[in-house]
Write a protein that binds this ligand. Structure first.
Ligand code: 13P
Length: 247
């Protein structure tokens, strides 16, 4: 399948940043953005600001989502947020298995798959994140790690996977200012695409994340299997984020 058959998607991950006042300015600038951008655009905001994002962005070309979701439907899970709750705020996206969740909150490959399934059950689109550490990268284990992370996700089956987005985020490139080169990223994306093709879902969008900026977005997007970006720091500056989307 050619890249042209897959829409370009640029998602912002605000991580634990923002305030009502700051968000108001950022959301207003995104809302005012040119809707003719060649990319679909979305922002994944902290839970307390979901209602603010929904109100500010409804009717605009920009969609919104969350950065995590419970694997459970409901019940005695203090502090967790269910997929159905996110759906109440017309959320479209939910990140599953961001490396910061895996590293600091003990999320396993299976937990990530369970979260993706919970998101799908409520009609949200999970954005399943995978990526290797610097040590794994230098040891030449990148593809083995990605395959291991994807195994329980792909085991959800083609019908489920067809309704997901995947994101390759090498951990060594996150917040480091050192993006993977387009060729490095493409190699991994091609391997992910091969796994998707084997499942019968080659059309699934695969985003790249890790120090994406306006200055490097176009060269990343020129790669055959890179369908867009998951953007951290640069998503907090409207002009920079929109320049990435327009790249
Ligand atoms: P940076 O763009 O800040 O490197 O973050 C990437 C990321 O983790 C997005 O989920």
């Amino acid at each position: 399948m050619t890249q042209q058959a897959r829409a370009r998607l640029v998602l912002g991950n605000w991580k634990m940043h923002g305030s009502l006042a700051e968000n108001e300015l950022l959301l207003a600038a995104l809302r005012a953005a040119d809707t003719n951008s060649s990319s679909q655009i979305g922002v994944c905001v902290p839970f307390p600001y979901m209602a603010q994002a929904a109100q500010a962005l409804q009717g605009s070309a920009v969609s919104w989502g969350a950065q995590d979701v419970s694997a459970h439907e409901k019940g005695a899970y203090t502090g967790e947020v269910s997929a159905a709750m996110l759906k109440d705020f017309a959320c479209r996206w939910v990140l599953a298995g961001h490396s910061e969740r895996r590293a600091y909150h003990g999320e396993t490959d299976q937990t990530v798959a369970d979260k993706a399934r919970a998101a799908l059950q409520s009609g949200l689109t999970p954005v399943v994140c995978v990526g290797e550490t610097l040590n794994e990268h230098e040891a030449g284990q990148t593809l083995a790690v990605i395959r291991r992370q994807l195994t329980p996700v792909l085991a959800l089956g083609a019908d489920a996977v067809a309704r997901m987005v995947l994101a390759y985020e090498p951990i060594w490139a996150i917040g480091s200012g050192r993006s993977a080169t387009p060729e490095q990223a493409q190699d991994v994306h091609a391997a992910i695409r091969a796994e998707l093709a084997a499942l019968g879902t080659p059309q699934v969008q695969v985003l790249y994340g890790g120090s994406v900026k306006a200055a490097n977005a176009a060269s990343l997007f020129a790669m055959a299997d890179i369908d867009g970006a998951l953007v951290g720091g640069a998503a907090l500056v409207a002009e920079e984020f929109l320049r990435i989307a327009a790249a």
